[in-house]
Design a protein around this ligand. Sequence first.
Ligand code: HEC
Length: 296
Amino acid sequence: MIEQYLSPSELKRLLSALLVVALFIALMALFGFLVVPGTRNVNRPHAASAVESPQGETGWLDPTDYPPTARQVLPPIDPRTVMTPNPALMARGKVLFAENCATCHGPEGRGDGAAGASLNPKPRNFTQPTGWVNGYRIEDIYKTLREGVKGSGMVSFNYLNRKDRMALVHVVQSFGAFNHGPEDPKALDALAKTFASSGEVIPDKIPVAFAEQQLAAEFQPAPPIPSAASNPILAAAIADPVLAAQTLAGIPRWQEDDKALATAVSIGLPGNGFSPEVATYAPDQWKALQSALAGH
Ligand code: HEC
């Protein structure tokens, strides 16, 4: 149909022009989908980590190890001792706040701690009623301490026991002169009931470095093999006595079963502490090696 209006050469030019336009649009779309979203965050300052990691550590282990704590089974607590502030609870809470929270939230809870300066979002200012994600009622702050705030520097503090967390709740509320109510009586009741009805188990926690030490201590060095100095059979068969001793320790029943010994040693050659020529040993040579290894 269109041939009635256009000569073939004009049609060709039209089509190629259309092709160029389509390609251009496709390129722009590609640019818009792939490149533009990636540039959105270029100017945002990098959030510095709240804890400076020591230099020269391996990357995949967390160098900020927790102090070791033994597993604790804590009895239920009387809700009356934690649901409302009392002097002992507040004193405990202030110590905990200074130790765990002030670096970010500031000594007065204004959200101006040094470690919080570069965080995005910023640590909450407890003196103001604005901006709270979970809320500032008792049950809200308790939830924040148990779960943290996703996507922020506010992590879970559930390794503190429940009484300590409640002490912190009251300390946080004490920074703000505004009204923290109205409380939700049902939620408060539920919280009080969980304190009264069940105990709490805080699991063992040991730092990675300590775990490594324990593993190293549990690793038993292999019993040494007899000295090759006075024994020509061993001198010929052993390339590295320590490695060979480890290899032997990994072969069950090698003292009774010379065939098992021959198979296991031959498979690991070279590099298991035995000389490569043992691969050519005849059965009686293996028997001789077996008794030499056993010290007979
Ligand atoms: C590493 C820095 C850091 C430390 C340490 C820290 N916080 Fe926070 N906290 C934050 C940040 C950041 C926010 C803001 C979260 C947001 O706005 O999403 C926050 C928010 C909060 C909130 C408000 C949650 C809400 O509903 O908006 C409470 C309550 C709180 N922290 C209590 C504590 C207590 C108590 C401690 C000590 C046990 C503590 N924080 C330790 C960084 C920290």
